[in-house]
Design a protein around this ligand. Sequence first.
Ligand code: C6P
Length: 411
Amino acid sequence: MPASHTNFDVAKVRADFPILNQLVNGHPLVYLDNAATTQKPQAVIDALVHYYTCDNSNVHRGAHTLSDRATAKFEAARKTVAAFINAESASQIIWTRGSSESINLVAASWGGANLKSGDRILVSALEHHSNIVPWQMIAEKTCASVVPIPVDESGTINMVAFSALLDSRVKMVAVNQVSNALGTINPVEEIIRLAHSVGAKVLVDGAQAIAHWPVDVQAINCDFYAFSGHKLFGPTGIGVLYGKRELLEQMPPYQGGGEMIETVSFDGTTYNQLPYKFEAGTPDIAGAIGLAAAIDYLNSLDRVALAAHEDALLAYATKKALAVPGLKIIGTAQSKAAVLGFVLEGIHPSDIGMLLDQQGIAVRTGHHCAQPLMEQYGIPGTVRASFSFYNTFDDIDRLFAALEKVRQLLL
Ligand code: C6P
């Protein structure tokens, strides 16, 4: 099978990711766990090494050259992110530790200030725990309630049921753009339009979408958008929260500490302007710079070609999966991105994961932090192969050849 079925030059991009070129358990690594975290191109590794070798310093504080340099790069990274998602201004980009912290920030700060008894927060049944639990926590404090938006057998949000849930009690709708467990692409523009028609705000969890196609927060008109750097070829420990300016301005700080204040006295404290109001303490400076390097790298590639390649990988893997006796694909929505989840009759997903690993193939198994969804399917978990643009058709052939060995061994 050729490395690429499209014009996209996979071999060229693979050379940018040194980690891919290694043996695991005596076999060339096949990395199919990109929904958990993506690998890092050399440009990101170089940016981190350069920062710690030449520029390391604290930001916004020091009266010296290194601090000035670190601050300039850190703030330039914020502008890079703003341009990448087409935010109106860099001041609407809040650095966090990742998608989870971004959602927790909105739930605690916006939710704490705006929710009251009887209010409703709608979250889809497809959500990652990070887009369920923070809402449950704030609902408990404010006497609001979290109501699931039903999802059908294919893993598609039931838009009729969603519309029926919308009324003046709904204050927040929190949905992912792509489901991490199934790969379903949700119609976020339509969800946002409908939610806004009853005055609700919308948070989009972009953790699984951001790596796959260009996101335009103004075009989709979301109120908040959350994502993690490590799922976008950047470092772990850095994430992003975008918010509409008027909402961020009204929201109280999330955490207290250095940087988020304007003045502090025992008579009272005033808070810094956006985005610093939400950034207590020394941030992940290297992480922000590394994330900007990842975005620059991605921008240097043809993103239309990347997306087409990933779509072709998913179609090819789906076709192969359908030919495996006893295999059931979990997640068959019409619109899907880069995720193939499945169960194999008679074999536990974690046994499959372990035996694939012995053949050099990295997948994730389990509930994928989406227990309510697994409960709906009546399964403890799935095997999940998730693709990125550096995967090849040969990777997929290797996956299914290894799976056949697992079947022969255990059935
Ligand atoms: N999903 C997966 O293997 P953090 O951990 O904060 O970077 O991202 C949390 C998160 C939020 N929303 C979605 C849709 C996600 O997929 C994730 C992370 C990983 O599916 C790790 S559990």
